[in-house]
Ligand binder design. Structure first.
Ligand code: IMP
Ligand code: MG
Length: 177
């Protein structure tokens, strides 16, 4: 069901998103001057973020993807995570950064983080475009954070509601959730 226009309000403009991504790109470039980092994008939500971020990173980097799905309703994570696509590149002794669109309860990230740790990367960090802090149910912190927000459901710039709205260039809050 489409979301009525009057229920959508801009939370982060495309300009703000670009600014924060530029800043994170500079932070990552400074933290890994030796290069050879591997960015692991979490599909599908992070596809725009990782595309923009990697172009702001000046240090040599590579990309791989995992696809995770968490069961539950459209707007609530259940904590049961399914891996639908595994990493294709070996990460042992590599500097790895997980690239997420949003950390909400934290279940998805905790599950992925622990799974990747088992493969013994040299370092493993987390980068998220949005940190929904007040919703956290497990203790997990991102090392690089674009924007923070409290509660509410958001769409746009990769984030979906029932697979729709990922293409919106700005990020909107949706009322009534
Ligand atoms: P978590 O396991 O509860 O942290 O859920 C994380 C995943 O749920 C994210 O990677 C998103 O795919 C999805 N998600 C969480 N909050 C939102 C939101 O506000 N809008 C769209 N997707 C969301
Ligand atoms: Mg996601």
């Amino acid at each position: 069901m489409p979301i009525p226009q009057e229920n959508m309000k801009i939370l982060f403009t495309r300009e703000r998103i670009a600014e924060e991504i530029k800043r994170i790109g500079q932070e990552i470039s400074a933290d890994y001057p030796q290069g050879n980092i591997l960015l692991v994008g979490v599909l599908k939500g992070s596809f725009l973020f990782i595309a923009d971020l990697i172009r702001e990173i000046t240090t040599p980097s590579m990309v791989d993807f995992v696809r995770l799905a968490s069961y539950g309703s459209d707007t609530q994570s259940s904590g049961i995570i399914e891996f639908r696509k595994e990493l294709e590149m070996p990460i042992r002794d590599r500097d790895v950064i997980i690239i997420e669109d949003i950390v909400d309860s934290g279940y998805t990230l905790e599950c992925l983080f622990n799974k990747l740790l088992l493969q013994e990367p040299r370092s493993l960090k987390i980068c998220t475009l949005i940190d929904k802090r007040s919703r956290r149910e497990v203790e997990i912190e991102a090392d690089y954070i674009g924007m923070t927000m409290d509660d509410g459901f958001i769409i746009g710039y990769g984030l979906d509601y029932d697979e729709h709205y990922r293409n919106l260039p700005d990020i909107y809050t949706v009322e009534g959730f």
